[in-house]
Design a protein around this ligand. Structure first.
Ligand code: AMP
Length: 282
């Protein structure tokens, strides 16, 4: 694995790969890598000739400064894991490399309603930050395929929109969520939870399963309200949303219609950590 820290250096290597007609797979991350990230890398290794992974904790996507400051950093372990997966290139830029003109005067993306619902509603500015960093990274890496996790469902839809509005010719491949054996979705933020808190955090997965299994048996209002109550009664301090939405558009859905693909989504605080998860319902 070759590690690049500057845009100039990685660009010249990308140019060489392109000249050799190598298909490039790209996995952007914020580090603190776990099996979820590695599943994206394995998909890229299968699809592409060269796999590029980036590790960059993007300041512009954090609406909560404490979340940014406490974001776990495990760079030595990450490098070891990426070497083991035989990743070809690791891009490890500084903030100045990604935002040479600073983080204040950054581009604004027209994301429409996607920006103001669910995560967008509770994390103002978050998806603008995600688009700023992903757009910049895509310009640098110029991948044929971009691998992202279903774990961040709305993020995948936002990036799909980004590729459309910026006319970027990269194939977005969405990889299913990796979970612990008991069902807890893997997340870098899980390291901030005690073992007991992790066990309690399973209430999110249980709620999603309950919604899925009862989708035709109860009203959506009942399912989401009961879900929220269940989380609050089982160790969660605050629930941002329990929502059932159209799986293609993320628009809220009020009742079951045969054939409509749905997704149930949850964001809730298992103090001090905000956790998100989702489950598709066909
Ligand atoms: P992050 O480092 O949290 O920005 O995540 C980098 C990429 O890994 C994103 O595309 C995430 O959706 C994806 N990812 C995070 N957790 C998981 C998981 N449990 N399963 C699959 N992909 C994941």
């Amino acid at each position: 694995m070759i590690l690049y820290k500057t845009v100039q250096d990685i660009r010249s290597q990308i140019k060489t790969l392109k000249e050799k007609n190598q298909k490039i797979g790209f996995v952007p991350t914020m580090g603190a890598l776990h099996e979820g990230h590695l599943s994206l890398i394995r998909q890229s290794k299968q699809h592409a000739d060269a796999t590029v992974c980036s590790i960059f904790v993007n300041p512009t996507q954090f609406n909560d400064i404490k979340d940014f400051e406490k974001y776990p950093i495990t760079i030595e372990k990450d490098i070891m894991l990426l070497e083991r997966e035989k990743v070809d290139i690791l891009f490890l830029p500084t903030v100045a490399e990604i935002y040479p003109d600073g983080t204040k005067e950054v581009k604004h993306y027209e994301l429409g309603y996607l920006e103001n619902i669910l995560e967008g509603k509770y994390r103002p500015g978050h998806f603008q930050g995600v688009c700023q960093v992903v757009h910049r990274l895509l310009e640098i890496v110029q991948p044929d395929a971009l691998f992202m996790g279903q774990k961040d469902y709305q993020q995948c839809m936002v990036i799909k929109k980004l590729l459309e509005i910026e006319h970027i010719n990269t194939n977005l491949i969405i990889v299913p969520t990796k979970r612990e054996e008991d069902g807890l979705a893997l997340s870098s933020r899980n390291v901030r939870l005690s073992d007991d808190a992790k066990e309690e955090a399973l209430a999110i997965y249980k709620t999603l399963n309950h919604i899925k299994n009862n989708i035709q048996l109860a009203s959506f209002e009942e399912l989401t309200q009961n879900g929220e109550a269940y989380l609050l009664n089982n160790g969660f301090s605050k629930v941002d949303y329990v929502s059932i939405a159209d799986a293609n558009t993320l628009e809220p859905v009020e009742k079951y219609v045969a054939g409509q693909k749905l997704v149930a989504l949850i964001a809730a605080f298992k103090d001090p950590v905000r956790l998100i998860d989702n489950m598709t319902i066909n």
